[in-house]
Every structure is written in structure tokens, then in C-alpha cells.
Design a protein around this ligand. Sequence first.
Ligand code: PMV
Length: 289
Amino acid sequence: MATWSAPGKVFLFGEHAVVYGKPGVAMAIKPRVFVTVKKSRNPTHPKSPYIDECFKRMGVRGSVYVNSQLQSSSGLGSSAAVTVATLCAINEEFGIGRTRDEIADIAFSIERKVQSGRASPTDTYVCTNGGMVLITGTSKRRLPPQGLQLVVGNTLVPHSTAKMVELVGTLQKKHPDIADPILDAIGAVTLAALHNINNQKVLGQCMDTNNALLEALGVGHPASSRLVLAARASGAYGAKITGAGGGGCIIALCPRRAKSRVAGAIEACEGKAIITTIDTDGARREKND
Ligand code: PMV
């Protein structure tokens, strides 16, 4: 029996635009997914195309138990965390000997397949390695970890990443004249944020602009708009959708003293708030007790 865990992630900047080769910044966060894999004659596992693909790629069969602190379909990268933790646990249980980099690559190709060919390596890379990462096309650069104080607001409106990625894909195909400048502007906001990584007020403004651009792409939702506005009104430096949108989660960058107030405002709007910060561990072997 082998148990591994992997963290969730938030996009600080650049979701959707990363799928089109623009820069994006993502960060691993504390809540995790725990996966236990066991060799078994009669394998059983939760119904999931991601878990099915993990076994297919590793060429074995086994039983799986998943315990998640991350709500699925919420934009916190739970599918990547399940995929990475499952691959790591299969790797150990069956003594396959894949490296961490190989696991991240396999996890990415699984996400791309399940998401109909459109995915960036962001989620899988960040949750395998932890920390903060700048993604541009296929290149990934680890950034010095920042002590950003975040409040995640879950709208509790489930979304499908694949569907939202497809929606942007359709807009880009039908109206490249509209979609391309928005995607370019998101890339520019990400670069502006990177140049101001030590100035939280400017970072907050960049988040607000990034959110407006995501709404222009069509991935907004009344529930996420409500939480974003509530977070800003209660003292956040800035707030935006994180992940694919269409519901899912928002993040608010907060002064330390405002975190509880922002979390309270999110809960008052019927969202679920998580006060969190960076996770620097990435995928991790857990004790089996
Ligand atoms: O909703 P999430 O956490 O899976 O994030 C999706 C982010 C996208 O940029 C929309 C897609 C991707 O694979 O990067």
C-alpha cells in the first residue's frame, strides 16, 4: 500500500491565456489531495477518467482510495492533484521507478487527453513541485516563493474546466479579432505583475484587471462576481477568478490584518472561504498507518 498527497493550486495570473502560449503565474496552496494505491486482485477505484488513464499509462491495475481537502471542479487544480498523487502512489506501490519530472510530464499528457487536447502544463507541474511558477508555453521557471496572504472563495457553483477551455477556444476560432487582444492583454498583465511582485497594492490592481479580462473572455459568473466585489469591499488589495471560471473559485490578495474580514464577507455572500498561503512541498509521500 502506498499513500501520496499533492497540493492544490491557484492561478495568480494568466489562466486561459497560458493555453495560448502566454505567460501565467500559479502557486501551490496548502489544501491537499491524499491518494492510497494498493495492489489487488479485484481492483476498485472511484469513477474518474483521470485515474483510469493513470493506470493505463503506468501499465498496471490496482485499487485506489482518494481523500480530498479540495472540492472537485472548483478551479483549485483538484484533477491535477488527484492525477499526480495517483501516479506517484502507483509508481511506489508497483516499483516503477519514474522520476518526479517524468510523473509531471505523464500527468500533463493525461490532463491534455481528458480535456480534449487543450491544457497547459501549469496545474500538473505546480502540484508536482510546489511553490510558485511562471509558465510560458512549455517552459516553466520556479519563482522565489512569496508570502502572499490569500483568501480563496469557492462559489460552490461547479464548473467543467474542459467546457470553459472549449468555450474560449470557440470564441478564439470564431472571433480571433476579439479574443486575441484579450489574451495578449492577459499576458501583459501577468508580466506587469511579475515586475511588481514585491508591491502587493500593484499586484492587487493587476488581479482586478486580470479579472475584467477573464470576464471579457466569457468565463465570468454572477456568483464569482459577487465574491470578487465582496472581497474588494472588505479590504482585499485585489480579487479575481482563479482557474477556468464559469463558477468555481476566486482568490483575494489581502493585507494580513484583513484576511478574516475578507473571509467573513465571502461567507456572507454564500461562498466558502479558505484562508491560505503558499505550499512549498509539492507531491509528498505520506505514512501509511
Ligand atoms: O480550473 P482549473 O484549476 O483546472 O484551471 C484551468 C486553467 C486553464 O488555464 C483554463 C486551463 C489550463 O490547463 O491551464
